[in-house]
Design a protein around this ligand. Structure first.
Ligand SMILES: Cc1cc2nc3c(=O)[nH]c(=O)nc-3n(C[C@H](O)[C@H](O)[C@H](O)COP(=O)(O)OP(=O)(O)OC[C@H]3O[C@@H](n4cnc5c(N)ncnc54)[C@H](O)[C@@H]3O)c2cc1C
Length: 469
């Protein structure tokens, strides 16, 4: 099918942003985020033709699927062609003997899960952005979310993929090909364009059960999370949220639990669920926790993909996403609260236990608007990220544009060298997603400038909204 091109300024304007609450005037001063041209292919051959054209015309190409990443990952840094992949959606094929499904890259996680459930199968894991985000997008990002605790990182669930390389060759790649499929996992659209993936799935579980545990403090939350994550097998998923998150939810008009909670998602046979429930009640009791009755746990589970509904209390949420050792969870939650109290901001935290020893924590706070007046609040983001770094973690969400100052904390020296080697081999002309992952796209985003700059901004006192006492 022929691909579509659009150079209409109004249409192109929709692609110049994501969820990052950065003032537009600042973004436009640093980057050329509006693409010169939008290309919308319908299949892998169409993607190859777009890349051929880009090479001919010497334009960079920014792949974009649902655009739910939040650090400018899918936003152009230097204009060029925006490759809108949303035409590559659906065409799912179940492969029961392999316990796998093959699907086009821009298929939404939510629609794939529904499609599988109707056939007696289920996804192993998915991000909480599942209603909107795509299979190919998560493969190009970090790949930890709901179900990762039990089934591991999404990257390890992908058996094969069709990928268009920067020279427009279409390749079927797997673990033993040259280049191997693993090179492309988490590469943020800088090494190739994924058009179709084959990923492992599981027979739909016999039964599911969800429990919500109220806990007295952050230390108890950490302790219980570590115990449950160490179960064999671990729960399908563990999700935590603090009291401030619940208060803001209530204020936004959503019913919510109170205090610090841990949601425990279990699946398996009736006997397993009964046994696990008893073990959970005992483990929670030992730490001063209480398993809540009534519909609270099920409601929390049903809203698992809508945490950002708390934004209604905002209207804008600013904050840090942190990949953290599970053993640092309690100290991080306490530090986030202390930062909030000192800065008089309503910092709230929620997150997921991503593996036996790591968790993903979101520490956010509401602000009035995205604008120059709120710029000092970015200093608080740096403060929260610094706590994550101090406690052995690093920013999550990929490098993109805005995490570039933390690149050396996110990727080890060895990982950076290996990535550069792959880039030099697969995309020597720097066609794909230019300005991302390998070096900051602007001088101001160098760690030595950006981080001290944010800290200095954070000390600026402005009049206007302040929360708390
Ligand atoms: C409410 C909410 C909840 C979230 N929850 C999670 C979570 O639980 N876990 C988590 O890890 N993240 C989470 N995220 C972040 C984000 O949703 C994920 O990273 C998601 O996988 C991005 O998918 P996307 O389709 O939106 O990709 P995009 O944002 O469009 O792109 C992401 C990156 O991948 C590249 N890309 C996209 N598709 C392709 C392709 N087919 N081939 C090559 N490159 C491609 C882009 O260039 C970009 O660098 C959440 C975000 C929101 C808003």
């Amino acid at each position: 099918m022929p691909e579509l091109y659009c150079d209409d300024p109004f249409e192109r304007g929709f692609y110049d942003r994501d969820l990052a609450p950065v003032p537009e005037a600042l973004v436009r001063r640093l980057f050329r985020t509006v693409p010169d041209l939008v290309a919308r292919p319908q299949d892998g051959e169409g993607v190859a033709r777009v890349l051929e054209r880009a090479r001919r015309e010497g334009r960079g190409v920014t792949p974009r699927a649902a655009g739910t990443s939040a650090y400018g990952n899918a936003v152009p840094a230097r204009g060029g062609i925006l490759l809108d992949l949303n035409g590559l959606r659906g065409r799912a094929e179940l492969l029961p003997e392999a316990g796998a499904v093959a699907v086009d890259a821009a298929t939404r996680w939510g629609e794939l899960e529904r499609w599988l459930r109707r056939r007696g199968w289920a996804l192993l894991s998915y991000p909480t952005s599942a209603p909107g985000s795509t299979v190919g997008g998560w493969f190009n990002q970090q790949g930890f979310g709901v179900g990762s605790l039990r089934h591991g990182r999404m990257h390890e669930q992908v058996l094969a993929a069709r990928i268009v390389l920067s020279d427009a060759r279409v390749r079927e790649l797997g673990p033993d090909t040259d280049p191997p499929l693993g090179w492309f996992a988490g590469s943020e659209g800088t090494l190739g364009v994924v058009t179709r993936l084959t990923l492992r799935v599981r027979p739909a579980p016999e039964r599911e059960a969800h429990h919500l545990v109220a806990l007295p403090d952050a230390a108890a939350l950490e302790d219980l999370s570590r115990t449950l994550a160490g179960w064999d097998p671990p729960p399908f998923s563990l999700h935590f949220a603090d009291g401030e998150f619940h208060r803001l939810l209530e204020e936004a008009g959503h019913p919510a639990a109170q205090g610090l909670t841990l949601r425990v998602d279990l699946d398996g046979s009736a006997e397993y669920l009964e046994d696990a429930r008893a073990r959970l009640a005992s483990a929670a009791g030992l730490r001063g926790g209480r398993v809540l009755g009534g519909p609270a746990a099920l409601e929390d589970w049903l809203e698992r993909c809508f945490e950002v509904r708390v934004k209604r209390a905002g209207p804008v949420l600013v904050g840090a996403e942190v990949w953290l050792p599970l053993a640092s969870l309690g100290r991080f939650l306490e530090a986030a609260q202390a930062v909030g109290r000192r800065r008089r901001r309503r910092v709230f935290t929620y997150g997921t236990v991503a593996s036996r020893d790591h968790c993903l924590v979101n520490a956010f706070f509401p602000v009035d608007a995205v604008g120059w007046r709120e710029l000092p609040s970015l200093g608080l983001v740096e403060e929260l990220q610094s706590w994550g770094l101090r406690l052995g973690g690093h920013p999550y969400g990929g490098v993109g544009l805005w995490n570039a100052p933390y690149r050396t904390a996110i990727l080890s020296a060895q990982e950076r060298a290996e990535l550069s080697r792959r880039k030099a081999r697969l995309d020597p002309g720097g066609l794909l997603n230019p300005g991302k992952l390998y070096a900051p796209a602007h001088l101001l985003l160098r760690p030595g400038l950006f981080r001290p700059g944010l800290r200095a901004l954070g000390s600026v006192r402005i009049s206007g909204r302040r929360d708390g006492s």
